[in-house]
Design a protein around this ligand. Sequence first.
Ligand code: COA
Length: 164
Amino acid sequence: MTPSSVDHSAPKSPMASEAVMADLMMPHQANGLRRPSVFGGVIMSMVDKCAALSAMRHAAGQATTLSIDRILFKEPIHVGELVEVRSRVVHVGHTSMSVLANVYAENIATGERRHTNECWLTFVHLDQAGKPAAVPPLRLETDEDRTLHAQAARRREALLAERG
Ligand SMILES: CC(C)(COP(=O)(O)OP(=O)(O)OC[C@H]1O[C@@H](n2cnc3c(N)ncnc32)[C@H](O)[C@@H]1OP(=O)(O)O)[C@@H](O)C(=O)NCCC(=O)NCCS
């Protein structure tokens, strides 16, 4: 199938929107702590970019960040470690998409890999005029898909309730 013949309104699985970004942490990315670790904003930027890729993949078009609902820094990441972000769309509304991003840090020398962060984000698909536009349905395929979908639905309800 050529790209132009892809049906962009057809349901897509969460795995179809999976995005991966990796970067080796360098000294200029450290914070100013007495025992420096990687600045949180570096990780947040990677998470936002990777999650945006997932949203754009699912929507097959542009998407903007509506909210970064929560980012939990479970443990520090050190300079010299490889950071990998993995994200996918886990719930969709009409124009919005909930994306779950997980962050892993790898000590290259030892091969030790830690799950250091989890983040939930919401994106809105925009049409050519920059207006919110409908996204394809999500096709849930696995038990994990269904569990994450239910979690994201509860988060969306809470966000909408906050909005009033
Ligand atoms: C994202 C944006 C286009 C949405 O505009 P809007 O006028 O709220 O649009 P709508 O009311 O049509 O809502 C769009 C979707 O967002 C959802 N939404 C809006 N406000 C929300 C909130 N506070 N919490 C959760 N979802 C919300 C709506 O439910 C709707 O989703 P649905 O269609 O799946 O039900 C607008 O808020 C915006 O441009 N924000 C700035 C984005 C930005 O600059 N991001 C950083 C750079 S990428």
